[in-house]
Design a protein around this ligand. Structure first.
Ligand code: 4NP
Length: 165
């Protein structure tokens, strides 16, 4: 039934991926979802399963709350093979995540779905990675938040422009 509904209203499904799925991609999921219309769904995953089932890092939750994005109920999960069929776009937070996700894709069509989040937003080489704040401070999470907002606004604008063509 869910599948039927998704088809009828032409859903676009986006997956954002980082390493642990507890810092960057949960924030990216919450922010990007808030910038896109309802026929877009955004989910997130990690390339490791170490934090599977855990809620996001407390610092990520706190920074989200500071700006009105509630990510507290999200739960970490690893990316799985089925995600490459399920999602239309798979956005990676940094180059090592991108390389790992590319290596998991089953064919060229699946590989073409995998992009760097910041490159999709128009950032150029050398500026195309979202830094990992995991070993940093709350200020690092704040900085990552603003980078993700800027990129999410640009990606949302890109989808808007494409839909008007
Ligand atoms: P994330 O950050 O990839 O943005 O969720 C990290 C979370 C956990 C670990 C590393 C990075 N870790 O090594 O457990």
């Amino acid at each position: 039934m869910q599948k039927l509904l998704e088809k009828e209203i032409d859903m676009t499904k986006i997956l954002v991926v980082c390493l642990g799925n507890i810092c960057r991609s949960p924030l990216a999921e919450g922010i990007l979802q808030s910038r896109l219309p309802n026929h877009f769904t955004v989910d997130s995953a990690g390339t490791i399963s170490m934090h599977e089932g855990c809620h996001p890092d407390q610092r990520a939750i706190k920074i989200g709350q500071r700006y009105g994005v509630d990510i507290s109920l999200q739960q970490s999960r690893p990316i799985v093979a089925a995600d490459f069929q399920e999602y239309d776009h798979i956005y990676c937070m940094d180059i090592s995540v991108y390389q790992k996700v590319q290596s998991l894709a089953g064919n060229d069509a699946e590989r073409r779905k995998v992009k760097l989040f910041l490159e999709e937003a128009g950032y150029t080489k050398g500026h195309n990675e979202v830094p990992d704040p995991y070993w940093g401070t709350l200020a690092d999470f704040d900085e990552v938040y603003h980078l993700l907002v800027d990129a999410s606004d640009k990606i949302a604008e890109k989808f808007r422009t494409e839909s008007q063509k």
